[in-house]
Design a binder for this molecule. Structure first.
Ligand SMILES: C[S@@+](CC[C@H](N)C(=O)[O-])C[C@H]1O[C@@H](n2cnc3c(N)ncnc32)[C@H](O)[C@@H]1O
Length: 478
């Protein structure tokens, strides 16, 4: 049971406290940390001698200004709150078995460990540890909680960012004492993690790969319904931190969801009756609409179909119509999931001529592709032509993109690649088509480059978002 586990862990931490207390006297006698024992110090021992200076123990007050003390007053938010279920389990455990592990306070009465126990029972027994510097207190809080809490990878990443700051503070306080090994021990992490944190010049390539891609943890990836529930809970007054804890995601994830939702709601309120003549956005299934379009009327198709397996056949349906509506020598460029390239090429190749493979380098971090065990660092775009390309300008097959805002919809692409290929494969006044226009990225790029465009979007909400986004761009430009 989560509560029982936490309870027990706190107990172990406290045993360390007891040793720490005794150890302070012991260390004063021996004059060095480690208490004559080889191997890693047990929990609590790293705090020995924390504030020993010049032959006597100094309190935090002596070394830190009142402002500093106020700054470090609350340690409660150093880690995400317990989820509602975890809190209920802890409460039930305490009600059944009583509080086994005292709450740990510093000499000023600030709680370092046991905030939840105090919430459940304000009279919970206390134990005071003295002589820790502010950074040592922070490290203590992390060490007590980081391993024993059942955090999702997303939450762990968030906490580790804060631990990194504490590691730096420890070094600033006393670089000689706080060797990398000691800092690692104090925080309860590997020494090479600390080494990476403290060496800003060290290449981050490996660590980025190890830390950034979202691991396949169901708790990290919220589905559409869960996202909506999370937003509704925040709207109903629950704190973002609590919602994040309940869904096992970082608070930043919840904050992004709330911001996105606010933006979407704002966009949906915009009056979208008027769009510039150069842009048409249709709410339809492209398969029911492209057959109505005139033969050889489109200069470029630039599009981003859905990536799921069921949608692969849509590439074939599009290519058939593209063959008819594209002008001779006109291009069709479509994003494609790596996993689907082979099947998409078979389908599209029946109607159009394969021209080239384009690589779009992600603006954000790499993502893991579970099952294939690959860090995905770029997106492919397949470039097809009707007949032979109509121009002879050399253009690049590599685009360094920017992270899309994804503010209006999750699939939103950056406009960088659309702009590049629209600019180089069409002329002002030409007509660009995006039959899967989503939030209208391609249409906005076309508009900014003085091209006409038609977008088709089957989902009514996204269609509205596209229109509102376009209208906002038009307004900003006028
Ligand atoms: C990957 S998203 C496009 C995102 C877009 N590039 C953007 O930046 O917002 C694909 C879009 O195609 C739409 N879609 C799927 N099937 C469709 C269909 N048969 N006809 C028209 N739109 C469709 C989906 O609703 C979705 O919005």
């Amino acid at each position: 049971m989560a509560g029982a586990a936490m309870h027990g862990a706190a107990m172990r931490g406290l045993a360390g406290q007891g040793r720490a207390k005794r150890g302070r006297r012991g260390k004063a006698r021996r004059g060095r940390a480690g208490l004559g024992r080889s191997g890693p110090a047990r929990q609590g021992e790293v705090w020995h001698g924390a504030a020993r200076r010049g032959g006597r123990w100094r309190s935090c007050d002596a070394r830190y200004s009142p402002e500093k003390r106020i700054e470090m007053k609350s340690y409660e938010n150093f880690l995400p709150p317990l989820s509602t279920a975890e809190f209920a389990a802890l409460k039930a455990d305490i009600e059944a078995n009583g509080i086994r592990d005292p709450v740990i306070e510093d000499e000023e009465g600030t709680i370092l460990d046991g905030h939840n126990r105090v919430k459940i029972d304000p009279k919970a027994p206390r134990r005071v540890i003295k002589g820790l510097s502010p950074a040592e207190k922070e490290a203590f809080v992390f060490r007590c909680n980081f391993m024993r809490r059942n955090l999702s990878p997303d939450q762990k990443r968030e906490v580790k960012k804060r631990m990194k700051e504490t590691a730096k503070k420890l070094r600033e306080e006393d670089a000689k004492k706080w060797t990398q090994a000691k800092v690692a021990e104090a925080l309860g992490v590997e020494q090479n993690t600390v080494s990476r944190w403290l060496d800003d010049n060290k290449s981050n390539i490996r660590s980025d790969k190890a830390n950034n891609p979202a691991p396949p943890d169901a708790r990290v990836k919220l589905n559409k319904a869960a996202k909506e529930v999370a937003v509704q809970q925040v709207k109903a007054g629950k704190t973002q931190a609590q919602v994040a804890a309940d869904f096992g995601v970082s608070q930043a994830t919840v904050s992004n969801l709330v911001t996105k939702n606010e933006k979407r709601e704002t966009l949906e309120k915009i009056d979208v009756r008027e769009l510039p003549e150069a842009i048409e956005v249709l709410n339809a299934d492209f398969r029911k609409h492209l057959n109505l379009m005139a033969e050889e009327s489109i200069d470029l198709i630039f599009t981003d179909p859905p990536y799921d397996e069921e949608s692969i056949s849509l590439y074939g349906a599009l290519a058939k119509e593209a063959k008819r509506i594209l002008k001779p020598g006109g291009s069709m460029i479509a994003y494609v999931g790596h996993y689907a390239i082979q099947r998409v090429m078979e389908l599209v190749g029946e109607s159009l001529k394969f021209w080239w493979l384009i690589a779009m380098k992600h603006g954000g971090g790499a993502r893991r592709f579970p099952g294939k065990y690959v860090y995905v660092e770029w997106k492919p775009l397949l470039w097809y032509v009707k007949g032979t390309r109509r121009d002879k300008e050399y253009i690049s097959d590599f685009v360094q993109s920017k992270p899309p805002s994804k503010a209006e919809q999750d699939w939103q692409q950056s406009g960088v690649e659309a702009s590049y290929y629209i600019e180089h494969l069409t002329s002002p006044g030409d007509l660009v088509l995006d039959p899967f226009c989503g939030s209208g990225t391609t249409l906005i790029s076309a508009y900014k480059l003085n091209r006409k465009s038609i977008g088709i979007e089957v989902d009514v909400k996204r269609w509205k978002v596209a229109r509102a986004r376009i209208q906002r761009v038009v307004k900003d430009e006028s």
